[in-house]
Design a protein around this ligand. Sequence first.
Ligand code: GLY
Length: 371
Amino acid sequence: MVVIPVKLPSQSYEVVIAAGGRYQVGSYLEKLSNIASDVPLLIVSNPKIWQLYGQDIQLALKKAGFKSAHCVLPAGERYKTLKTLQKIYDAALAHRLERRSTLIALGGGVIGDMTGFAAATWLRGINVVQIPTSLLAMVDASIGGKTGVNHPQGKNLIGAFHQPRLVLIDPDVLKTLPRREFRAAIAEVIKYGVIWDPQLFSQLEALPRLDDHRYISPEQLLEILERSCQAKVDVVTKDEREAGLRAILNYGHTLGHALESIGNYRLFNHGEAVALGMIGAGAIATALGYWSEAEEAAQLQLIQKAKLPTSISAKLDHSDIMTLLSSDKKVQGGQIRFVLPKGIGQAEITDQVPQDIIAQALAKLCSVVAT
Ligand code: GLY
């Protein structure tokens, strides 16, 4: 078991990584003084995850003397809306949740973000506990308190910062995670290696395969989870509200968001688009002398080892991509902001990338061929 403390001015909590931890959720909550046991907890999940793990959580809570109710929402990014959020509020009302009550998010990033936002807003703020079930939610969304829903015009436009009381990660549930989703999350793990943790980068280099959890031992997986969560915690602790440093977590996301959007969120999932975005940002970093060609190649090798996409179709229109880049949330004062690596384990945010360098990176992205 690994415990990572998160010490923030707004709220301190722990990220607990424990195989089989879902069977112990009641005892973890019992230890927290702020989780009331005389009011029911509301578990929010999606149909597949509820079917797989709902009963484990319910029983574990019951064993520790907690009563629980549940609310099952439709799965998928397209349901991350105000309309779906209403269902959580309806359940909160039906089960008479009060100020001392707790919501438990049991699912991937969509469930975590929506449940967190419901907790941030219900009665002006109640407790939330995150039990992420996808690798992506484990290493990213469940930690750091970003919550929200999408607006038809853009992702995560409606949201709030609301830190959880506990993040409980049970790596055993990754056995049921589809392989494409596992690979996509590895893109974010590679990201932490590039922007923050050179040791994580070397660990990933040493692994023979990164495309399927079955080829990664439980010990190696635990280390990957620990180092990735620690990277996220380090950054969030230094800059909870994204006044500066936290934006480095958006490495690969400037171009990634444009590619996700141009492919209508179907051509590339989030992690795949981030992998492509990292290749693009990596090429820009080389062109500007931020890092070496060898470092760019090492990043590409990891992305290839995870069997993530490494090139975009030449058919995708570069001018459409440039237009989308200019309308991204990360544009400031009309300048496109990129996070660029400065060697393995360090990154810098800049809005000083000449247009022709961006165009060259896009052209390179069309020609990179996976081995
Ligand atoms: N996922 C980026 C962040 O939490 O800041």
